[in-house]
Design a protein around this ligand. Structure first.
Ligand code: ADP
Ligand code: MG
Length: 593
């Protein structure tokens, strides 16, 4: 075949493939155009997941009658003048591709009217070719209907995902933008039924419309550091650590009003929850990043959902720090929410549980009252149930402290400490609480002037298997940095001469073995991370176990120390340290109210 130029139509179709991948992409482009046009009201109507029809109507500034055909040419845009503009993008669109692309793969009708015009222009197109143009009565703004998407691209049509998938993507997208533009009224319908709408009266109402009242109430507004005048501004909301989900989809990021996908920044958010959430669970967060337009490149991909930062680390740090600060400043006590306590403290099987018991509190809806059930380790549930805790108004902490003053009443099952506080009963998980206390002591010492060691009267010799010995040898300096003094002592043997003073009661052999086990599982993380991981592991080994009877004094000391922690509500792995049963809940369960 000889080399020939592709026809315009074919070239447009090929290019369209990148911009308009699926019905959802059409919704995205139309919505972005409406927002760029300064709309206050946007209606999106979908039929059959967008295959049959997608219509977006806005009350924005409209397209002048004389420019309407131009809008459908490839690379025609009113939003970008010159190369300089490209490094200072203030609009969602700028490539001038979307309308041309959409029109080339569908049957499209547009009606648009500007304020200066008395009537609107209607243009009809078929596969990118104009088929009709007339003048019609129309309100100011633009209505675009896209029908039979991909009718002329059978290959693409075949690969379309199910209507349900498309509907979900569209719902997600429209709700996201509603959050970023809370003063705009959005309405979304699928096959004539309204599935989502906002009133355009501000962020609080929009949060409720998007997340529901319960989740919205639990969101913490991100707080700015006093006097922070850095050019990267992070605002938005992050969820309380008591609510978490199995995937990352509830973390939403906007950069200068554009929804972006950025795994690095999503990681920054999860990092902020470090030790506050169970491993493998993710928070809800809505993050708006505002930064000078010339420090972010939005021209990475035709779909414009990826961006490149000039200083990615600065953006990462800004997000991580802002979220972390908000979480630390506000950590209300985890409330048991009555008989759904199972959702909070179902710890399932725990590998560090020496006597092989796992505590599990079951919701006993409609039945007598709190029911503590003990299971042997082997029949305990294998996976912890970390379903979100029911929303409850946070309990005000007394005197600015994060925990109320608690009076120790006793211990149950050699695992939990019962205490009385200002509003009912507070039940502490002794192991989780102790882990948190030790962890914070370690971190505080490390950040202050290094972790103190306690010399052992006579050193303890530890002999390991050759691979374990190699592993320990490689990590000796980290161990020594966190308060151990461990020296090689013959082949595969080591002498532990000192242990961190914070955990001087820890059996040195057990401590070292636990660390080795953890190192063995690790996939060579960064040095700093290994150290953190080892500290976590050491705290876990040294913490009081379930099954250990505690004296009254020991329990009191533990409660006091937990009260002094910065994040007393969870253990460093994110499990709750305490649950609360309010006086009202008790009264309700006993049928008193
Ligand atoms: P881009 O958004 O990248 O500029 P598009 O192909 O999406 O490119 O749109 C081309 C042009 O058509 C826009 O620059 C804008 O001037 C105009 N336009 C598109 N949609 C609308 C709308 N809903 N309201 C007003 N003008 C619009
Ligand atoms: Mg556009």
């Amino acid at each position: 075949m000889s080399i020939r130029l592709l026809s315009d139509q074919l070239a447009s179709q090929i290019a369209a493939g990148e911009v308009v991948e699926r019905p959802f992409s059409v919704v995205k482009e139309l919505l972005e155009n409406a927002l760029d046009a300064g709309a206050h009201k946007i209606n999106v109507d979908i039929r059959d997941g967008g295959r049959r029809m997608i219509q977006a109507a806005d009350d924005g500034h409209g397209i002048p009658a004389g420019e309407i055909e131009t809008a459908f040419l490839r690379h025609a845009t009113s939003k970008l003048q010159d190369a300089d503009g490209l490094s200072n993008i203030h609009t969602l669109g700028f490539r001038g591709e979307a309308l041309a692309a959409i029109a080339s793969v569908s049957k499209l009708t547009i009606i648009s009217r500007t304020e200066a015009q008395r009537s609107g222009v209607r243009l009809q197109m078929d596969g990118g070719k104009k088929t009709a143009r007339d003048t019609v009565g129309a309100p100011i703004g633009t209505i675009i209907s896209v029908e039979n998407l991909f009718y002329n691209m059978p290959a693409r049509l075949k690969f379309l995902k199910s209507t349900r998938t498309e509907k979900r993507l569209i719902d997600e997208f429209v709700t996201r933008y509603a959050l970023a533009y809370p003063d705009v009224r959005f309405r979304l319908t699928h096959n004539g039924r309204v599935t989502f709408q906002t009133s355009g009266s501000g962020i609080e109402e929009t949060l409720i419309a998007v997340y529901g009242a319960e989740t919205a109430r639990d969101l913490l507004p991100l707080t700015k550091e006093e006097g922070d005048e850095r050019p990267i501004k992070v605002t938005g909301y992050s969820g309380q650590p008591s609510r978490h989900w199995s995937n990352r989809s509830r973390m939403t990021l906007f950069v200068n009003g554009r929804w972006v996908r950025d795994s690095n920044l999503t990681y920054a958010v999860t990092q902020a929850y470090h030790t506050l959430l169970p491993v493998g669970r993710f928070p809800i967060a809505l993050i708006f990043i505002e930064m000078p337009t010339d420090t972010v490149d939005v021209n990475v991909h035709p779909a414009k959902t990826e961006v490149r930062f000039r200083e990615p680390n600065a953006v990462f740090g800004a997000v991580q720090k802002t979220v972390r600060r908000t979480l630390i400043a506000d950590s209300p006590i985890r409330d048991s929410g009555g008989w759904t306590v199972g959702a909070n403290i179902n710890v399932g099987a725990r590998s560090d549980n020496p006597i092989g018991w796992a505590g599990r509190m079951e919701p006993q809806t409609g039945q007598s009252n709190l029911h503590l059930e003990w299971q042997r380790q082997d029949d305990a549930l294998p996976t912890p149930d970390y379903s979100p805790a029911p929303a409850q108004p946070p309990i005000p902490a007394l005197g600015g402290q994060k925990l109320p003053i608690m009076r120790v009443v006793g211990q149950i099952g050699a695992a939990y400490i019962i205490t009385e506080g200002p509003d009912g009963m507070y039940l502490l998980d002794q192991h989780a609480a102790h882990e948190r206390i030790l962890y914070e002591k370690f971190m505080a010492e490390r950040d202050r002037d290094g972790i103190a060691s306690q010399r052992l009267m006579a050193g303890t010799a530890v002999t390991l298997s050759p691979p374990h010995a190699t592993l320990l040898n490689e990590n000796l300096d980290i161990l020594n940095k966190i308060g151990f003094v461990v020296e090689p002592f013959g082949p595969n043997s080591f002498m532990v001469r000192a242990v961190p003073a914070i955990i001087s009661k820890l059996d040195p052999t057990r401590g070292v073995t636990a660390v080795i086990e953890d190192l063995e599982q690790g996939d060579a993380p960064l040095q700093g991370k290994i150290e953190d991981k080892i500290i976590l592991r050491v705290c876990k080994s040294a913490a009081v176990k379930a099954g250990q009877t505690l004296s009254h004094q020991e329990m009191e000391a533990m409660v006091q120390q937990l009260e002094a922690c910065r994040s007393p509500h969870t253990c460093p792995h994110g499990r709750p340290t305490l649950i609360h049963l309010s006086v009202a809940q008790l009264a309700k369960q006993f049928g008193r109210i």
